[in-house]
Ligand binder design. Structure first.
Ligand code: BV8
Length: 249
């Protein structure tokens, strides 16, 4: 392994912000997006995972999400998820996890100081009205588009942030506040794990972290699109490297 942050978890000054992507769930059996070359059944993911894609063909989009709900339902967290739970227990308020993943594995592993920047696969809301979002494990048969009982006209949609949709500004604010406070009070460390750094605004967090003086680390199986912005790059499997990186002396 390359240079390891000197006793990251043992330094009482460490404030650690971790950003995870699909790569941390790969060892749990959930395919990554780049793994399918950003394509699903010859549709660009950006087309299917978007409001315009949903308006054009809601049944196709629900087939995509039903397939992913079926695939993710039986999956279990792996050693990368567990290492992040231990880091949260060690650092408490000096730890924050921002995930791009919608598969729910961080929550299943026990992470609580966690923000789901892109929403959750297992939540549903209405495309047409402000029906409160609800937990929903259902996977629908091909061609089925669930309707909203409340407004009667809207189609239900998965509770994820699609391409072209804004992330929840409160989430972005919470991440930024954590970084500003960590930089002010101690040693801010930004660690991105299992992400290709292709999707914004999440991929831009490393630049904000650096402007605040953070030490920045990328742990990934392959070089990332925004890899040049990190001080350090550890190439490998997150299930192996993350427990080592976040181990206590
Ligand atoms: C927005 C939910 C504006 C749905 C997802 C600049 C600024 C702002 C926006 C943009 C911008 N430039 C372009 C945009 C538009 C767009 C964007 O970024 N497009 C990209 C394609 C260029 N961004 C948006 O649309 C965002 N919205 O900003 O809107 C706005 C503002 C105001 C008002 C209205 C609008 C919304 C982005 C969120 C999109 N939703 N997901 C769903 O999941 O179905 S993103 C989706 O793709 C996933 O959530 C995930 O985040 C992303 C895939 O990225 P990764 O997680 O990195 O996964 P990937 O497969 O790419 O990489 C995995 C990596 O892991 C690989 O590198 C691999 O090597 C590695 N790996 C594999 N195995 C392992 C491993 N590493 C370690 N160990 C292993 N075992």
């Amino acid at each position: 392994m390359g240079p390891v942050p000197a006793a990251l978890l043992d330094d009482p000054r460490t404030h650690l912000l971790v950003l995870t992507g699909a790569g941390v769930s790969a060892e749990s059996g959930i395919p990554t997006f780049r793994g399918i070359d950003g394509l699903w059944e010859n549709h660009r993911v950006e087309e299917v995972a978007s409001p315009s894609g949903f308006e054009a063909d809601p049944a196709l989009v629900w087939r995509f999400y039903s397939m992913r709900r079926r695939a993710a339902k039986g999956c279990l967290p792996n050693r990368a998820h567990q290492a992040l739970v231990l880091a949260e227990q060690a650092l408490g308020p000096r730890f924050l996890l921002a995930t791009q993943n919608v598969d729910g594995l961080h929550r299943k592993a026990g992470s609580r100081r966690m923000i789901e920047l892109h929403g959750s696969l297992f939540r549903t809301r209405c495309f047409g009205c402000d029906l409160p979002e609800f937990e929903d494990q259902r996977a629908f048969e091909d061609g089925v588009v669930p309707r909203c009982e409340r407004c009667k006209r809207g189609a239900l949609r998965p509770g994820v942030v699609w391409f072209g949709e804004a992330l929840d500004p409160r989430h972005l604010e919470e991440v930024d506040d954590f970084m500003v406070q960590g930089a002010r009070e101690g040693r801010l460390v930004f660690l991105a794990v299992g992400t290709s750094g292709a999707v914004y605004p999440a991929a831009g967090l490393v630049h904000r972290a650096r402007r605040l003086g953070a030490e920045t680390w990328l742990l990934n199986a392959d070089p990332a699109d925004n890899g040049g912005a990190f001080h350090h790059f550890l190439q490998g499997q997150s299930g192996e490297l993350l427990p080592a990186l976040l181990s206590r002396r």
